[in-house]
Each structure stands twice: as structure tokens, then as C-alpha cells.
Design a protein around this ligand. Sequence first.
Ligand code: PHE
Length: 472
Amino acid sequence: MAAPGAAAGKDAWSSKTAFMLAAIGSAVGLGNLVRFPAEAGENGGGAFVLFYILCVLLIGLPLLLSETLIGRRGQAAAPVSFRRVAEESGASRRWEWVAVLGVLSAFLVLSFYCVIGGWVLYYIGIFAMDLLDTGLVGGAFQGVPAATVEGLFPQMIENGPMTVALNLAFLVITMLFVLRGISGGIEVAAVWLMPAFFVLLLGITIYGAFGGAFGETIAYLFTFDFTKLTGPVMLAAVGQAFFSLSLATATMTTYGAYVGKDVNLASTSTTISLADTSVALLAGLCLFPIVLAAGLAPGAGLGLMFQTLPHAFQEMPVGSLLGLAFFVMVGFAALTSSVGLMEAPSAWLIDGFGLGRRAAVLTVTIGAALLGVVCALSTGMLSGFHPLGFWNLFEGQGMLDALDTLTSRLTLPIAGLFTAIFIGWIVDKRLTDAENGLDGALHHFWRFLMRWLVPLALIAILVVGIFPDLFA
Ligand code: PHE
């Protein structure tokens, strides 16, 4: 059936490859490069990695297929697509609220994501200036004490006007692409930046591997400590899988709406998941050898990327160029993700409320800028403001961290749970059969996962993650 919104001349990906690159671009981002290595290191190394991979295979991948399928069937922004698929299945149109939660999550993620994107811009700037200063040979920031280099990060994030300006800069760059639509903007970013990203990632990883600390890295990343796999850590792993695959944020459903009928969604979803997971693992293999070879402790969280790593580049030959290449690579990955985060709510304003693209994109940008200011200031001036601090899940977290926790630990897994119930129990089987590109045993397996394993696993993980005390 031709969906009502599929009017002639509707914007769409110009090819299957363009869709794949855009979807991989959305998936691969700060989540893979910043959060995954840090979480794996902190939460039991190999045990976390193994549990994470299981989450991707058994929960993430089947959901990714479901989301792109709903988008292609509905041919419109996520809530509209959910509504159309529900109506086509004779179910309540209220299912659109699942996707509204997704759109809201995308907006919240966009607001804090671009703050971190701004920090990346800052590091691109300082490494570029250092390259001009010191030239190619030798380490970065020659003659500058390591403590000063590590101190750049707290200095930057406590400087309110600076973080706000950087955040706005990253938002505006994102907006310029999204304003130009799917084939003219988002696709252009993906087609140029993703191949460049992969070249840089492989180049830096290989270079780092020759630095010698590869064995230590493997030991650090893959030592199994199953005692660390507690309820909250499992919730962190599921949340990370959702975040990393861009699930439950209306993004993949929106991207799916622009895909041609000839594309096999099962095989594209598999490729996207594999690419995303490989990049997360490669990011660990890229970062840690550089850090360990410089004799530094990997440390945790954001400090790993923004303090330890710049310090490590001081110790490496051609350090400035390497540092610049590294942060440009992170910037590319972040940008191809932020465009998707902005497109999901914009598309809803367009398809659901009849706004023009320009008005929609501007509205989302202004909203994200306003909330972004609070996030940007939450590492300095507003660090004492803990918006959800009354709940122990959010203890001591400023706006940026609170939005991160709120989305990855709560709204994403919850929207994912309802998407699974929708696909597994509500949507007409003939409709999923026609769209999913699976046959035989795999088809039954996917349906089994969506009906039973995904919902039950998500309920269990949400409960043990949110109420760890019940199981202590
Ligand atoms: N997947 C992206 C990352 O790993 C973030 C993202 C989440 C992008 C949700 C779009 C939607 O960085």
C-alpha cells in the first residue's frame, strides 16, 4: 500500500548506500568514542563488553529492524508513522505516544549532545593552533607542563560564556545541514564525513598499536569480572546499547521513512549494528594503547578523552597532528549523530503539525539552545543545580548529567519496551511480514524476540536497574 504521505517529490535518500551511511553516521558518535570505552573500563571490562554485545544482538538489532520497518511503512515522522501503522492494524492511534516519548528523548539528547560537541570543537581549535606553533615533529604542547594541559579541560568547562558559545556553534553547524533536508543535507554530511571518519579511526588505531601497549589494552578491556555485573550496570549496558544504536529516539524510524521499498531492512539493520559495535570496540583499541603507552592510568569518564588523551599526545611523535586528527574524527562522528537528533523532532513538526522545514528546524534549534545553555552552564556556574536530585538515580547530577541519565537509563529503555510490545503483539503480522525482509527460521526467531525476550528482558533490567536495593 502506498502510504498517504508518500507524495511524489517527497525528500528521500538518494540510494541505499546513502541511507546506510546516514544510519551508521547516526549510530556512531560520542556514545561509541567517549562513553563506551569509559563504561567498559569502569564496569568490569570483558564482562560488560560481553553483556553489551548480547544486548545489541538480542535486543538492539531486532528493535532497530522494528523501528526502521515502522518508519518505512508509515512514510512519515515517527509519531505519524506509529499512528498509521497502528491504524492499519486496527489498533488505537494512541500508540503514537511511544514515538512522542522518542521524539522528546531525541530533543533532550540533542540539547546535551551539542554541549559535548562544542567541547570537541574547542580541542580541534587548540590542537590546530598547536600544530601551527610547534610544527609536525615531536609531541603536542612542547614545553607546557602536563598538569597545564590536563587543566585545560576544567578551565574550559567552568568558563560559562565559552561553553555556551561552543554549544551554539555546534548547534548551528548541525542546523545548517538539517535545514537542507535529507538528500541535500543530512546525506551530504554522512557521505563525506563517515568515510573520512573510518580512515582516521583505522589510521590512529594502527599507529597506536605500534606504540606497544596493545597487550595491556587487551588485558584492560577484556579481563572478565562478572562480580561487577550488577543491576545498575546491566541497565547501563542496555541504555548504552540503545543510545549507541540511536534507538527509541524516533531517529531510526524517521530515517526509515525515507528508505525505498527495495531495501532489505533486515540486512541493513544487521550491517548498522555490526558497524556500530565494531566502532565501539575499535574506539577502545584506539584510545587505550595511546594512553597506556604514555604510562598513564586510563581513568574514567570524560577525563579520559579530554584530559588523559591530550596529555598522552604530548608524549607521542607527531602529537599535535595526531591530536588534531583525533578530535576532527570525534567531531565528524558527533556531527553525523546530532543531525539525526535534530531531524527527528523537526520531522514531527513538519509531518504532524504542518510546519515548513525552515520553521521546524529553527524551532528545534532554538529550543535545544535554550535547554543547552542550562546544560552548558551545569559544569560551571550552575553545577549546584541538580534538577532531578530528589531521586537517588540522579544524585549530585547537574543538568547535563541528569539528562544523560534520564534518557539512557529511563526514557530510551521504556520507549524500547513499548515499541517491542507494539511490534510483537499489536501490529498486524501481515504487515511486518511484508516489510521485514526476513524469511524462514529467522523470521520466527525475530517474532519470538519481539514478543517475549525483548519485553521481558527490558522489564527485568529496568526493575533491577531502578530499584537495586530490592535485590541487594
Ligand atoms: N548514537 C549516537 C552516539 O552513539 C547518539 C544518538 C542517540 C544519535 C540517539 C541519535 C539518536 O553517539
